[in-house]
Design a protein around this ligand. Sequence first.
Ligand code: ARG
Ligand code: ASP
Length: 719
Amino acid sequence: MYRKLLLILVAALLLQPLAKADEGMWIPMLLKKYNIERMQELGFKLTAEDVYSVNEACLKDAVVIFGRGCTGELISDKGLIVTNHHCGYGQIQYHSSVENDYLTNGFWAMSQDEELVNPGLSVTFLKRMDDVTERVLEGVNDDMETAERKKVIDANIKAIKEEAIKDTHYKAVLKPFFQGNQYFLFINEVFTDVRLVGAPPSAIGKFGGDTDNWMWPRHTGDFSMFRIYANKDNEPADYSKDNVPYQPAQHFPVSLKGVNEGDFTMVFGYPGSTYQYVPSYHLEMLTETVNPKLIDVRTQKLGIMNRYQGADPAVRIKYAAKNARISNSWKRWIGENRGLEILDAINKKQQYEADFTAWAKAQKPEYADLLTKYKAIYKDYTNYNLTYGYYREMIPSNGMEIAYLANQMNALKDIYTAKELNEEAAQKLKEKLTERVELFFKNYYEPIDMELSVKLLTMYAENIDAAFQPDVYASINGKYKGNVAKYVDYVFGKSIFDDKAAVLAFINEFSAKSLKKLEKDPAYHLNESFAAVYKDKVYPQLKKFKLQLSALDKDYMAAQMQFKADKVFYPDANFTLRVSYGQVKGYTARDAVEYKHFTTLEGIMEKDNPDIYDYRVPAKLKELYKTKDYGRYEVDGTVPVCFVATNHTTGGNSGSPVLNADGHLIGINFDRAWEGVMSDLMYNPEQCRNISLDMRYVLFIVDKMAGAGYLLDEMTIVE
Ligand code: ARG
Ligand code: ASP
């Protein structure tokens, strides 16, 4: 009897659709092989070819890389695209001035001639992808040294790319997958005339600001719209008034049907980087050393900036973008550490590694010492990696600002120390630098930079090994008797780099004779002394470790795929087009705290607080709320704003289309929820959630608030 019952139970379990975690960022070309069945089981009604096909128009033709690090999607047959507000932020800021403050007030072109041109902005379409592993590895053998192997591979890659785009206007990108065990070629088409169509005010597009960033429940209307222009043949062309709106092969219908808990969703975009297959030593490095130290520096930076920004609205604007940039990774690192700890991630990895090594000893002895080798590398690599991270925090990554500005002069130095002076190049560079200096001082406040410099110089000395201390510390400790503030006073007192007029004149009049003055400048010297440590002591060693690690990573990846031979692996994100799929789903955040899967306009009104900058609701939105003028975007007496789902996403997925079972656009991806931000390293199906903006809120804002309803006429709207 029991046996029979057991059999029935087992059979029932087997028949049930596997309620497995839908972790993964999958290769569109391989959906047919690995994913489409599971996607359809979750409700997806389209085929693998509908998503990705080489010969037929398909969903991939409506997805673009937006700028350098985001995703966007086509929503009309006239080249209209939508992405996040934070992805279009640079462009919106670029067009903003005190008179036309689009950041604060929003911007909407009321016709195509009012759209704004964006120098430097491009969007990239994927035409096709191919597995080129065999050709990339031609001439490579197992006995080769890593460096030699790399040389052969690099030469093959160059040849494959050249051949692939010969006599076309396409661009070729070739990337390693599975840590160099597989290679794919991507043929792209890049459009460079992309105009700003509209953006909501920051009080909508950035509502909640850094307070709500990486958090659920969320109420950010994080979107902006652009239009792609092409020449008369519908091909890429640089800006010209004769260009016409691009006609895409495909655009997404926008669905007003919304989402229910359990609904199928898929995210189709460009996830940047993940580290799913690293050894436990990597997690130890991050959680015990690198993250805590970098979190500390940024906490100090933000403390200083917030204090000055809170005291003066002009300073708040100047440092808005810098503050957001520093804060974004700072907050993510904190969440990452927290998430990994709660998941007991290091122990889990260690257990897995013990099993792996036992398996290898029995079955594949050549892999048996992989983890020992990792251990040896991470022992020293950790410290170099930290020093590199800290160096970036000191100068290039929003560190000491005038030192970084002084660093820009090295380009001039190169030209004026060359054997022959290239006058034309010098002139061009001077113009470029002049522009940069203007921008630099537009967003500069000296008291912040001075206080930051004192803090950073003090922290570096305390946190980084004596072996990596730059020579400036000799004078700080000698001449200034360890008084960092005194040294900083001297730098700012003597350097020209805190004085806009002086820097502009210096650049303008730059000649070979200026080199002496440059080298004597203390801000320049400060930068050079840190750069020298990096160049001479950190970088060469780091490069060696990276080479060793890349060889190990390749073997360990291949070995893991043999160890778990019946598991389907997805490759780490590498900023190539991927499909993530899952279900709309709330989650349990912690004991007794359950989150719903969606937010509404009610939540915006609850957060409204004129005293808190991040929570100021625009008057027009309040008015719409009062009169309940919601039109067809209304659901149960309110308007839906955001929703969460189980799609596995990361940085770069911002702006990605979120599609329903019919392949219609229901949302725009823009973030992840706090409890799950460790998903770049380890995914937890219980708590990892991507956050999307509901398309009904997007259309509500465009239609009712911006009064740009004419844009809706060119969309395909499914009610
Ligand atoms: N966390 C999101 C992402 O990583 C949004 C970042 C922009 N917003 C911000 N407040 N910094 O890109
Ligand atoms: N906010 C991220 C982005 O800009 C998305 C994420 O990390 O989830 O790409």
